[in-house]
Write a protein that binds this ligand. Structure first.
Ligand code: NAI
Ligand code: MG
Length: 337
């Protein structure tokens, strides 16, 4: 079989990590008789220079055709500049669920061993709808959008996943004590969905307390069900349990398309220096391979990746090693035998 996949290299460390990941996926594919046809289209500042559009029409068309994309991080300017590419793509393709498994890799020493939790983040609403305006000079209003449809749909996703994969608990994370109407609606939807899943424990934690609880004892959590903003913040926090942003993968899922990308951004501080850890994007590619029903190819990569971590000889700097992006990728390829 040949799979057509849209590849968005991104910028900053994007081209380095996506280059490493494509090489590994190709090798694993060759060993498991799966072929890939990469349709490469970039987005962001580089795309704008070439095409005059931050998200070129060809990229939209490619995702419409392939229905699956692997994406490197794209820089979004702070303050002015253009609207976030990520937010725009998630809106355009209705990628309402952001699925982020945070799982310890074997052999890697971290402050919290054996972490296995999942963040299920609503991906289209909340303050990320980007509805902001100046009311009068010196006063800005930002609109937080929470809908019954969006909240129910993400809660349903979280509980369906929990049932299908034998997870025990779902916590909704909220601030309904302050945002009584918006987060209140989110909670009501979560509770209604939870009723259909009596075998799964359901609990609610206020977001600030949840941050403290996570750091004190992350093992009390299993699936964290969140609105868009809290999920964004909590994802970076949770990445620290397993060694940082270099490790945590993600999937933006809708009913028609899916875009797989790491939790981390373009890391301008280490870009172009062969320092970035491609593990987060590689594990995103593993999620993608499962999504397109290529389990054996996914397993081949995951096993090799875990072997490299267990041996601990060829790790990147962020996780205490001395190797570069390329050397790490070559070690994963070598481990596939
Ligand atoms: P960041 O996630 O890019 O970096 C935060 C810290 O983690 C930095 O110290 C960086 O060096 C480190 N780091 C991140 N990924 C790493 C990796 N693979 N290996 C080793 N170290 C890694 O967050 P930051 O600096 O706040 O954002 C930079 C840019 O990325 C911004 O323009 C932001 O908008 C964008 N961004 C894009 C995302 C996407 O395209 N999905 C997601 C998050 C941020
Ligand atoms: Mg983020």
């Amino acid at each position: 079989t040949t799979h057509k996949i849209t590849l968005i290299p991104g910028d900053g460390i994007g081209p380095e990590v996506s280059g490493a990941v494509v090489k590994i996926v190709e090798t694993a594919g060759a060993a498991t008789r799966v072929k890939f046809e990469w349709h490469t289209h970039n987005a962001g500042a580089e795309a704008f220079e070439k095409t005059g559009e931050y998200i070129p029409k060809a990229l939209y068309e490619s995702i419409e055709a392939t229905r699956v994309a692997l994406k490197g991080p794209v820089t979004t300017p702070v303050g002015g500049g253009f609207t976030s590419i990520n937010v725009t793509l998630r809106q355009k393709f209705e990628l309402f669920a952001n699925f982020r498994p945070v799982k310890s890799l074997p052999g890697l020493k971290t402050k919290y061993p054996d972490i296995d939790l999942i963040i299920v983040r609503e991906n289209m609403e909340d303050l990320y709808a980007g509805l902001e305006h100046v009311v009068v000079p010196g006063v800005v209003q930002a609109l937080k959008i929470i809908t019954e449809k969006g909240s129910t749909r993400i809660a349903q996703f979280a509980f369906d996943y929990a049932r299908k994969h034998g997870r025990r608990k779902v916590h909704s994370i909220h601030k309904a004590n302050i945002m009584k109407l918006s987060d209140g609606l989110f909670l009501r939807c979560c509770r209604a969905v939870a009723e259909g899943f009596p075998e799964i424990l359901y609990a609610e934690h206020i977001v600030d307390n949840a941050c403290m609880q996570l750091v004190m004892n992350p093992y009390q959590y299993d699936i964290l069900l969140t609105e868009n903003l809290y999920g964004d913040i909590i994802s970076d926090l949770c990445s620290a349990f397993v060694g940082g942003l270099g490790l945590v993968p993600g999937a933006n899922l809708g009913t028609e398309c899916a875009i797989f990308e790491a939790v981390h951004g373009s890391a301008p501080d280490i870009a172009g220096k062969n320092l970035a850890n491609p593990t987060a994007l590689l594990q995103s590619a593993v999620l993608m391979l499962h999504h397109i029903n290529e389990g054996p190819t996914a397993e081949k990569i995951q096993t090799a990746l875990e072997q490299v971590y267990r041996e601990g000889k060829t790790l990147t700097k962020d996780v205490g090693g001395t190797s570069g992006t390329k050397e790490f990728a070559d070690a994963v390829i070598a481990a596939m035998g």
